[in-house]
Structures are given as structure tokens and as C-alpha cells.
Design a protein around this ligand. Structure first.
Ligand code: ZN
Ligand code: ZN
Length: 276
């Protein structure tokens, strides 16, 4: 077994998930997880997401005595600054439309470390979910998308809120899930150097190994990418990123990790010094 802890799980307090926290706790312990993290989404600085993470914190605290190996965290995503500002002004995202221009615009994470710590959060998975460059914020050419992902991931690698860089190169539109070599290797090396320099972890997310959108070739390339960063000195953690049931996905994931050279002992646990 290579994976012993799961640092990225969504509970019913995420807008797109339905796992009750107690069910996750029972399953995680049945699977022998040493630690497991509840990391609900905090995508926007609006009331809806704020309430979700407040509820997540409250529910985790209520069950902490029963599951002492459960750690409260959060998942953050970069958003474009015009959107952040719009929400500050209007209190909602309703009516917002992304700027229609090709330039790169500023982006930020929607909560401060102080705000999250005040809720009892002890770690943040920070992860890119969409392209921020292009006439349509979620579209654009594949080259522009790659550029945007890289630019955002580099910023996250240097951000004080990042404990773990979540699902690197995740792409809902599966733009590079056929052949991962479309991403320039120089970007991987640059990202690895920044993560190492800043003491960040990189996540091995089960998504890449279970989504039907990915080819077998891609899955092996992706495991090799994680291995290369690991060999550069970047510690790796596992995240199931479960949303609707908490099943054990490790056998499937470990098949690819083993083929890339990972053995028991290579994956990291977060130590007290890593947690807030
Ligand atoms: Zn995510
Ligand atoms: Zn997630």
C-alpha cells in the first residue's frame, strides 16, 4: 500500500457533494486511513460559499471527538479580481459577466488565511479549476488555457494559503487528457522548483486515474509527472476528492503509481508544522 491518508474529501457542505461527514469518518476508518481531511469548496467570497464553509467547520467540530484523525481544511480556487470586486460591491455573483478581453487579468483567492484560520481550518488545498485567459473566461485556445493553468499554479505554489497544490492540471474539459506531453516539460520543472522552494505539497488526485475522459497513456504520463516532481524533492499527498460516496479508490490509483516507481513510504503525511 502506498497511500495511507486522504487529505481532500468533500462533505455535503460543498455545493456539488453529498457525503455526510459521519459516513466519511466511518468509511475512512474502515479503510485504515491514518488521517483524512474534510476540504469543502470556498470558490467565491459570497454568502453562499461563506455559509458552506462555516457549516463544514461546525459539523467537523461536532464530530472531532469521535474521529480524532479527521482534519478540517478547505479547497480554494483562484478567481478573477473583477469578479471578486463585483461580489464585494453587490454581495452576489448574480449579474456578473467576465471581462471580454484577451489579456491576462489579475486573480486572487477569495478568503484570507486569517478568515479561514478563525473558522478552525488547518490546511488549504488550492487548485486551479478553469482558465482565466481569453474572450470567454472558460474557453480560449488550448495554448492559452495551458498558459493560464501554469500561471495560476505558479501563483498558488508561492501563496501562503497553499498547503497542498490540489489536482495539478485538472481540466473539466479534458483538453490534455489524451496525451499529457502537450504540456511543456519546462512548466513541470518550473512548478516543481517553486513548490520545493516554498515547502508546498503536490497532490495525487484520484480524478486523473478514474475519469473516463483520460486515456491509459495519459494516466501513465500523469503518474510519471508526479514521480518526477517527487524526485525533485516535492512531497506528495493523496486526495480522493470524493464527492458522493466514500469508497476506497486506492487500488486503481496505486496501479499507476507503482508503475511510475512509487513505493510504500513515498507519500507524505502532513506534520503539525505544516498545519495552521
Ligand atoms: Zn477541485
Ligand atoms: Zn475537491
Amino acid at each position: 500500500m502506498i497511500i495511507h491518508s486522504d487529505w481532500h474529501i468533500h462533505s455535503e457542505n460543498s455545493y456539488d457533494a453529498s457525503n455526510p461527514i459521519a459516513a466519511i469518518g466511518d468509511q475512512a476508518n474502515a479503510q485504515g486511513m491514518r488521517y483524512f481531511g474534510i476540504t469543502d469548496h470556498a470558490n467565491y467570497n459570497d454568502d453562499k460559499f461563506r455559509k458552506n464553509i462555516e457549516d463544514s467547520a461546525k459539523n467537523v467540530k461536532q464530530l472531532q471527538a469521535k474521529y480524532p484523525n479527521m482534519v478540517l481544511g478547505v479547497e480554494l480556487t483562484p478567481i478573477e479580481k473583477p469578479c471578486y470586486d463585483y461580489i464585494c460591491e453587490h454581495g452576489t455573483r448574480d449579474g456578473y459577466s467576465p471581462p471580454a478581453r484577451e489579456d491576462r487579468h489579475d486573480f486572487l483567492l477569495p478568503y484570507t488565511k486569517e478568515e479561514l484560520s478563525a473558522l478552525g481550518m488547518r490546511l488549504a488545498i488550492t487548485a486551479v479549476h478553469w482558465s482565466l485567459i481569453g474572450p470567454n473566461a472558460r474557453g480560449g485556445s488550448i495554448e492559452k488555457c495551458i498558459e493560464s493553468w501554469h500561471c495560476q499554479q505558479m501563483a498558488l505554489a508561492c501563496d501562503e494559503r497553499t498547503t497542498i497544490l490540489g489536482h495539478p492540471w485538472y481540466c473539466g474539459k479534458a483538453l490534455w487528457y489524451e496525451d499529457f506531453s502537450i504540456i511543456p516539460r519546462s512548466m513541470h520543472l518550473e512548478l516543481g522548483a517553486a513548490l520545493k522552494e516554498n515547502g508546498k505539497y503536490i497532490e495525487c488526485n484520484s480524478h486523473f486515474f478514474r475519469t473516463p475522459k483520460a486515456t491509459e497513456k495519459f494516466r501513465h504520463q500523469y503518474a510519471e509527472f508526479l514521480r518526477e516532481l517527487f524526485e525533485m524533492g516535492v512531497p506528495v499527498t493523496y486526495g480522493s476528492d470524493s464527492h458522493h460516496s466514500y469508497e476506497d479508490l486506492r487500488p486503481k490509483v496505486e496501479e499507476y503509481l507503482s508503475a511510475a516507481g512509487f513505493v510504500d513510504g513515498d507519500f507524505s503525511e502532513l506534520s503539525e508544522k505544516d498545519l495552521w
